[in-house]
Each structure stands twice: as C-alpha cells, then as structure tokens.
Write a protein that binds this ligand. Structure first.
Ligand SMILES: *Cc1c(COP(=O)(O)O)cnc(C)c1O
Length: 420
C-alpha cells in the first residue's frame, strides 16, 4: 500500500500534485511519502503487538536523515553496515540500544565507534571478525554483544546479485562451523554471546526459504543452549519483497508475520527484524521528464532526464519498475518504448520494450517503487548532480536533500601544483 495515485488524471504524492512539484524542484528528483513509511513500520508493530520486537530499519535501503527521523519516531531502530550509517542513525535520534551493526568487513575503527556509542548488537560474519571485535572490546574495557550471522544455505532472493544465504555467498559463517565458533566466542572476555542472526537475501517472493531458515535456526538455538550459550535474541534479517509489478507478488507481510510467529513462539527469544525494501521501496518514486522521443531503426527510445546514476537497479539487477505518466492524456494510444537515460552506457535504461501511453518530449514520468536502493546508490557519473529528494506529508512538502551546485561537485578536487 502506498500513497501515489492519479486523481482526475494527475499523479499525487499524498495530497501533493507531482507535476507542480516537478515545476518547482526541476527533474529528476525523488519523492517520498511520509504516510507510507509510517504505515510500513506499523505493520510490524501491529503483527507483533505485545512481543516487543526490534524493527531495525536497514539504513542502506534509504539513509536520508528525514527518512530515518520519521522511522525513529515510529519506534524503529536501525541496522547499519558502516560507521557512516551509524553516524546517520544516531544523528536521526535512533537510540544506540536500537542499533545493530551488520556487514562482512567492519573495520576496527568502525567497531570502536559502535562500542563507544553502546549499540545493541554486532552481527559477526567470520572467525577473524570475531577475534577483531574481541580485541577492540578488550582494549576499550568493554564486552561486545554479539550474534553470529549464520548462513543457512537456502537459495532466496529475486536475483543472483541479491541472494546472500547460499554456500557460495560471502555472507555469514557456514552452518556447520557455527557451534564451534559459538563455543570459542563464549570463552572470549570481550564478547557477550546474545543471539543468532541470519539474512538470506532480498526481494524474496515466497515464504518457503524463510520457513527453511527459521526452522534451521530453531534447531541451532536448541543446540547452542544445550552447549551452555545464552541465546536471547533471534535476528531474522530483512528480505521480504515488494510488488514491482512484473512477477507474482511477494507474500503479504501479514503472512510473513504469521509464519514467523508460529515458528519462533516456542523459542523464547526477542525477535529482531532488519527490513529495508519493505519499509521504503513503495514509499518513493523517481520523477523524470522526457527530453526526446527518438525513433531508432528497431526501437523507439524515450530518452528521459533521469539515468542509471540516479537509479541503478535496472542496470544492476535487471530490476523492473513500473513507469507511469504523471499527467494522463485521454485516449492516448499505447506504444512500445525503450525508456533510457542520457548516460553514455548501453546499460543506462529503465525499461525495455515497455508498452506505455504515448509520450511527447516535455512529458513527466514517474518511475514507481524507487524508495529503496534508489537515491542511496546514486552517483555523479557523467558529472550529473546527485538527484534531490523531497518528502511529502499530506499537502506539505520539503526538500530533504537538495541538488548540489556544480561548484560544490568540483569542490573536493584540486589540481596538482605542477599543472598550474
Ligand atoms: C540489505 C540487508 C537488509 C535489508 O534487506 P531488504 O531486502 O531491503 O529488506 C537486512 N539485513 C542485512 C544484513 C542486509 O544486508
């Protein structure tokens, strides 16, 4: 459910007219709906009412401070994967005791920053990382609360590049090594074993891999407890897909919650979720304007002013995004388009052979479901300014990241003195 819909032929973001916004901000830009963000966090709160789970928003999906502030005000925590994301989460007012730290390559400095902040949990992904965390904690005279990210070896995730829970993936420790590693961790004075963690992939479209992973995790928790470990928490990662409009829709969050409740109720653990896409994906769109309609020899290209540097998901993951005209025209004939950006790469496209109502140069288009893994992955390739982000709330809107000037873009660069 989201709050982007046409009324009398005009696209609205909540009660804000998107075409009017485009005139004010200048395309391309992202628009996020505050009501949609709030609604998605509440799905967890409602489904697990009474159980007090930690919903740690995966900051990498959308790290804008305004987004984080909104989620924090709903009681969400944060799942961070770098010192920078930790800094953002703290700055947005997320309490350290609601922050978990994931990722395969945490540096000693990042561990120190997180220990100083007093975060809730480190999700450790390898034996050498466990040693490093122990060393950093001991040097600070602290104990690091630790869950091991175990790899349940289930195939999940909508695309090879976003599957994380198979043996071949770089994430987590091998299932068969987990018990021995936990036994070792228990003997480390800088480590406090608190839980078990997994995250099997992203854009997962059916419940079977979750069920397989939860079932395996339940078995592991029983084994670890028999070994004498205190396991109070189970972090089930993120990964629930959202409908992008191409394939069969993913499971409803209520069904996902039902499955988790059923399988985890006997475990007596506090649940931690790390949803990213499910919270932010449908809460954002990318608004762009057609520059040219180019009749190629074999295709018609709709050349828009957004590009792969603004939204890389189609190029990186072959992702499907719905594309809608911002202003509907009556009786517009459908045409087949390749919707492409101006960047000098053949992979710079948003859709191929997509049937859309006829577009003319100057028309605005909305690339839907762009709130997660959109703006965060933007770059300045082709010296294109980072795309602005706008938040709407009812009929109000605010720019939450402005477009940099060219001077700002060049400000970090200097010419060696032998060239001047
Ligand atoms: C990316 C990631 C998430 C969020 O995944 P979504 O598919 O966006 O829900 C959660 N946990 C970890 C460890 C991740 O790397």
């Amino acid at each position: 459910m989201h709050h982007f819909e046409h009324r009398n032929g005009r696209l609205y973001a909540e009660d804000v007219d998107v075409a009017a916004l485009a005139g004010e901000i200048g395309t391309p830009f992202y628009v996020y709906s505050e009501a949609t963000l709030r609604r998605h966090v509440r799905v967890f709160a409602t489904a697990f009412a009474g159980a007090d789970p930690l919903v740690a928003f995966s900051v990498k999906a959308n790290s804008n401070l305004a987004v984080l502030k909104i989620l924090a005000s709903e009681g969400a925590g944060a799942d961070v994967v770098s010192a920078g994301e930790l800094m953002r989460a703290l700055k947005a007012g997320i309490a350290p005791e609601n922050i978990v730290f994931s990722g395969v390559g945490k540096t000693g400095e990042e561990m120190k920053a997180a220990l100083d902040a007093g975060i809730y949990q480190f999700n450790v992904e390898s034996a050498p990382e466990l040693e490093a965390l122990n060393d950093v904690a001991l040097a600070l005279g602290k104990r690091a609360p630790m869950a091991m990210r175990v790899n349940p070896d289930v195939a999940a995730g909508g695309h090879d590049k976003i599957s994380t829970g198979r043996k071949e993936d770089k994430f987590g420790v091998a299932w068969d090594d987990a018990r021995a590693l936990y036994a070792h961790a228990r003997g480390l004075d800088g480590i406090e074993v608190v839980g078990v963690d997994f995250h099997i992939g992203s854009q997962i479209s059916d419940l079977a891999p979750f069920e397989a992973a939860f079932t395996k995790a339940a078995g592991l928790i029983a084994d670890l407890r028999a070994d004498g470990c205190t396991i109070d928490r189970l972090d089930v990662g993120g990964g629930l897909g959202i409908p992008y409009g191409d394939k069969t829709p993913p499971p409803h969050p209520d069904d996902y919650a039902g499955l988790i409740k059923k399988l985890t109720a006997p475990l007596d653990v506090r649940l931690i979720f790390e949803p990213g896409r499910m919270i932010a994906g449908n809460a954002g769109i990318l608004v762009t304007q057609a520059i040219y309609v180019k009749e190629g020899e074999a295709r018609t290209f709709l050349i828009v002013d957004a590009a792969m540097n603004d939204l890389i998901r189609p190029a990186l993951y072959d992702a499907h995004h719905e594309i809608q005209p911002v202003l509907l025209k009556e009786n517009a004939p459908e045409k087949l388009y390749d919707v492409v950006g101006p960047v000098c790469e053949s992979s710079d496209f948003f859709a191929k052979q997509r049937a859309l109502p006829e577009f003319r140069a100057g028309d605005y288009a909305a690339i839907m479901s762009a709130g997660a893994y959109g703006a965060v992955q933007a770059s300045q390739y082709n010296t294109r300014p980072l795309v602005p982000e706008v938040m709407v709330n009812g009929d109000k809107h605010a720019v939450i990241r402005r477009r940099p000037t060219f001077e700002e873009m060049l400000a970090l660069e200097t010419t060696p003195d032998w060239l001047s």
